[in-house]
Write a protein that binds this ligand. Structure first.
Ligand code: ADP
Ligand code: MG
Length: 269
């Protein structure tokens, strides 16, 4: 099958087959940090639990457009589900809480096609895809549409197995649906260097997948959970917290990989 022709929009899928690995926390806060750096960011919530909307304080009423419409209606456009948030440069395509995982069109390339829309390309620089923990066609859609995959994990032995399973899926997608897919990094969540078990799981991830791919972790910080409850990215809830610092560091370290922002290009020209 022909690979996606990805436009200048950079697409990052945040994936891990385990629930509670920090996918949504990472998606919401990385999106907010990149937006604060000046990127125009679209956060797409593929998990019908709809937690991204909660984390951004957005209320989605039943019947309002969602990203899941593209999987049930071949004519639906993703842009119709996009809504601005109160946070600068940050828009959301919310999830349909009534979407049944496993239902809908059986097209693994549906999201890639929906993202190739001109209006998405003109309005956004970066798209972040928060994904459900299930191994279903939504995950394949995310991996087919992405340039990069970012894998948050809680460093305990069971989660290492989850990472390994996800890597098997990634290799499969790389070898047919999306040969251009790259690993942006593994992100230890609630990383505590002093806990021996955490260290040993992270060194195992480094050994199997490359030390250069293991990013600086996000420390354990109750503020991250509180910020979520308050409907704000942590940088707007507790700007000097550990969580806010760690996500700012993460965004700064990933920004160069994303390339030059379009408004930077305009300045250079
Ligand atoms: N670094 C962290 N410190 C403290 N709590 C965290 C941290 N990362 C995630 N959490 C909490 O762990 C729970 C699961 O995180 P979440 O991002 O929803 O995982 P997932 O989307 O993978 O299911 C949430 O309650 C979240 O607030
Ligand atoms: Mg989640």
């Amino acid at each position: 099958m022909k690979p996606a022709t990805l436009g200048p929009v950079r697409v990052i899928a945040v994936c891990n087959r385990k629930g509670g690995a920090g996918k949504t926390t990472t998606s919401v806060n990385l999106a907010a940090e990149l937006a604060a750096l000046g990127w125009r960011v679209l956060l797409v919530d593929l998990d019908s639990q709809g937690h991204c909307a909660v984390g951004l304080g957005v209320k989605v009423k039943i019947g309002e457009p969602t990203v899941h419409d593209i999987f049930t209606n071949p004519q639906a456009r993703l842009i119709d589900a996009v809504r601005e948030t109160v946070f600068a440069n940050l828009a959301l395509a919310p999830a349909d809480q009534l979407f049944e995982h496993g239902s809908g069109l059986r097209d693994e390339r549906r999201l890639a096609c929906a993202l190739a829309d001109d209006e998405i390309a003109t309005r956004f620089d970066v798209v972040i895809l928060d994904t459900p923990p299930s191994l279903d066609f939504l995950l394949f859609n995310a991996l087919s549409a992405a340039n990069w995959v970012l894998i948050p994990y809680v460093p305990h032995p069971l989660s290492f197995e989850g990472v390994r399973q996800l890597m098997r899926v990634l290799f499969k997608v790389m070898s047919n649906l999306n040969p251009g897919l790259k690993v942006l990094g593994f992100l230890p969540m609630t990383a505590a260097e002093h806990i021996r078990q955490h260290r040993s799981v992270t060194s195992e991830v480094s050994r199997q997948f490359g030390a250069h791919r293991v990013l600086n972790g996000i420390r354990n910080d109750i503020r991250l959970a509180e910020a979520f409850g308050a409907g704000k990215p942590v940088r707007y809830y507790a700007s000097s917290s550990r969580g806010a610092q760690d996500f700012a560091t993460l965004a700064a370290s990933l920004a160069p990989l994303l390339g030059v922002r379009r408004d930077d290009t305009a300045q250079i020209d």
